[in-house]
Design a protein around this ligand. Structure first.
Ligand code: ADP
Length: 676
């Protein structure tokens, strides 16, 4: 029989013909709209973010405005309080708003200054450390002096006759009334000191300290006494005595016990500090008193400055001070900005339910409340307002701007996530589509090639029959044995043709789901043995044989005899076809584990692992030389699988290239009936 070469279907190249169109359609209708949708969605997201930011900013601006209004009305309330107190001409801390009252009662927190007949007065007493100009009476030496004082002084100063002077002062002391006693006592103590009677001098100063003070030469007598006692202790090297005396003196001085003028205050304050340091006075107590002094000094400086020219704020060191005043009659409240910032400012900021920070500053950029920053904090909004003649700038910003944007970001993240998911889905869908289309294209291609292969398949047996028949008809073959052989070959070729047609019909029926199975009881052993014998008779001409190992008593089963026969035959056909040179193929059957195994084995060319994955697919033919030489339509194994599946079984292939293959059909011992 002529064995003309079979054209193996070429694998379709994807980017060809319809594929290119497909890619165009994909790009135009999926990729481009998808990309457009993505860009559009991102833009919308960004816009939404901007809008949310804008809304946040507006809300913050409104809040800043409200806080500014509060601040403004509070400042006015404080000015009014100063005015009311000035008109009432009495000082009553209780009539001031709460925060001012607290400031006035705190050392260095604030002071209320007003004019009265006696001049300028400060409340509470002791709030200031020294008297601003125009404040406090000029308290000098009492106008009345005891008779004989001048004489005693001349003994002390002009003649430097201290013993006489001491006697003179002592006799004066006995005759002088309580009012002028401190004056004489101070002279006596001074002279005793000059006369180096240290102990007695100290005693006299101690007594002077206990008496009601009178002002001598611009200084209160008890201050003189305390100062001299310190001085004596220092001279005598009495460190313990000095530390006690100096601390007590410093405490009195900073408590505002005496309202001295500024130079005197600074002089004595300086001396006190020197003594305290020299005598190693208790550092904690010294530090505490020093702290109070610093705050009060700052307040005193602010009061001094603001009284000279009333205005809203005084920037001193350390810290700023605010002033609220009434011009006539003059009354002024001066409050430490530090005090307000620690006790009142955070509350004011937190009343709006937002976690805000803020600063108040003057238009020239100097900060009154809040920290001054070189950079504007994120989301900061500024609001300006004016109280009387003073302009203010208020700036507020959220403590944690990130949390304000947290939910915007969360929504954005969600949308982006969803967008990403859609893109992924799109990509996955596209991948699947491409795969399916690719597969379909391949099948279309294979189908086209199938037609040419099948016509070829038909042609070769027909040509054989035609030639053999012709020779017999012409009487060219006379030998009866030869004639017999030719007839046999004609029958075989016809059978092959019939099987091929049957396969094609079966295939098309199965493809369309029209194949019906007629299940009937089957004696497997007998049936398989007959099938093997028939097949062997067919292939004997070609010198091949089947070695069948079919045990007795295989379980009877229900099957479509014809279909199952066709499946086993296809396997046997393949075994012979793909074993060039080998003369034997094997058919084994076995049972066990609830299944029946029918195995067809050969020692042929074998099948590569790559091809094994596809050989059961319709129209598939393995690569390789053998496929070119051996005829086939790529339908046999797909039919086998159809039929075996319909019988509730499976078919598998084990193979090694160059060694041979084994195809095993596994059927359940009692298969489901009527599958399809
Ligand atoms: P064909 O008509 O090509 O034989 P089949 O569906 O029966 O179609 O087989 C598909 C392919 O599987 C064959 O083209 C061949 O490459 C391979 N094949 C099938 N059986 C064997 C076998 N016993 N030995 C080697 N290759 C085989």
């Amino acid at each position: 029989m002529p064995n003309s070469p079979v054209r193996r279907p070429a694998r379709p190249r994807f980017f060809q013909g319809p594929s290119r169109r497909l890619v165009g359609v994909f790009v135009l209708f999926i990729l481009l709209p998808g990309a457009f949708l993505g860009v559009f969605a991102l833009r919308v997201l960004r816009q939404e973010g901007q809008l949310a930011r804008q809304r946040t900013r507006e809300r913050l601006e409104r809040t800043a405005e409200e806080i500014g209004r509060d601040l403004n009305s509070e400042f006015r309330r404080w000015t009014d309080a100063a005015r009311t107190a000035a008109v009432a001409k009495t000082f009553d801390a209780g009539s001031f708003p709460e925060i001012i009252r607290r400031a006035l009662l705190e050392p260095g927190g604030g002071v209320y200054l007003t004019t009265s007949e006696g001049g300028l007065e400060a409340f509470p007493a002791g709030a200031l450390l020294y008297a601003p100009p125009g404040m406090g009476p000029d308290r000098t030496l009492p106008s009345r002096v005891p008779a004989g004082l001048a004489e005693a002084e001349s003994l002390e100063i002009a003649r430097e006759d201290y013993p006489k002077a001491i006697r003179a002062y002592r006799s004066l002391l006995d005759s002088t009334g309580a009012e002028l006693r401190p004056l004489v006592l101070q002279r006596l103590a001074r002279t005793l000191r000059k006369a180096r009677k240290t102990e007695e001098a100290a005693g006299a100063y101690r007594e002077l300290q206990r008496l009601d003070a009178v002002w001598i030469g611009g200084l209160p007598s008890d201050l003189i006494a305390q100062s001299e006692l310190c001085s004596l202790a220092a001279e005598g090297g009495d460190s313990v005595g000095l530390s006690q005396a100096a601390l007590a003196f410093y405490r009195d001085l900073t408590a505002g016990k005496w309202l001295l003028d500024k130079p005197r205050y600074l002089f004595y304050s300086d001396r006190c500090r020197t003594w305290c340091r020299e005598s190693l006075a208790t550092p904690d107590e010294f530090g505490r008193v020093r702290g109070i002094e610093e705050r009060k000094l700052a307040l005193s400086r602010a009061a001094e400055d603001l009284l000279g020219q009333p205005r809203g704020v005084f920037f001193g060191k350390p810290g700023a001070h605010l002033a609220f005043w009434n011009a006539d009659p003059l009354a002024m409240v001066v409050i430490s900005a530090d005090f307000l910032e620690s006790r009142w400012w955070p509350q004011l900021l937190s009343t709006r339910g937002e976690d805000l920070e803020g600063s108040l500053f003057t238009p020239d950029g100097r900060t009154v409340f809040g920290s001054s920053r070189s950079e504007t904090p994120p989301l900061a909004v500024t609001h300006d307002f004016r109280v009387d003649d003073t302009p203010w700038l208020l700036q507020v910003w959220p403590v944690q701007p990130e949390t304000i944007y947290a939910d915007i970001r969360q929504r954005q993240a969600l949308s982006i996530g969803m967008l990403g998911f859609v893109v992924l889905l799109l990509a996955f869908g596209s991948y699947i589509t491409v795969r399916i289309v690719r597969r379909e294209l391949e099948i279309a291609r294979l189908r086209a090639d199938f037609v040419s292969t099948v016509s070829h398949e038909f042609r070769s047996p027909l040509t054989g029959i035609r030639q053999l028949g012709g020779m017999l008809l012409d009487g060219r073959v006379t030998d009866p044995a030869k004639q017999q052989g030719y007839f046999k070959m004609i029958v075989q070729e016809s059978d092959r043709l019939a099987r091929l047609i049957e396969n094609i019909l079966d295939f098309s029926r199965m493809e369309e789901g029209r194949r019906e199975y007629r299940f009937e009881p089957l004696d497997l052993t007998a049936w398989l043995r007959k099938l093997a014998a028939d097949f062997e008779a067919e292939i004997a001409v070609a010198g091949a044989s089947v070695e069948a190992d079919i045990p007795d008593g295989l379980p009877a089963m229900s099957a479509d005899r014809e279909a199952l026969g066709s499946a086993v035959r296809n396997l046997l056909d393949n075994a012979v076809k793909y074993s060039p040179g080998a003369k034997t193929v094997w058919l084994d059957a076995a049972t066990g584990g609830g299944e029946i195994r029918i195995a067809v084995r050969d020692r042929g060319v074998g099948i590569s692992e790559q091809d094994r994955k596809h050989i059961f697919d319709r129209f598939y033919r393995a690569d390789g030389e053998i496929s070119k030489r051996v005829k086939g339509a790529g339908l046999g194994l797909s039919l086998v699988r159809y039929i075996v599946t319909a019988h509730g079984g499976t078919v598998e292939c084990q193979s090694a290239v160059g060694e041979g293959s084994t195809f095993t059909i596994r059927l359940p011992a009692a298969p489901a009936k009527g599958g399809g």
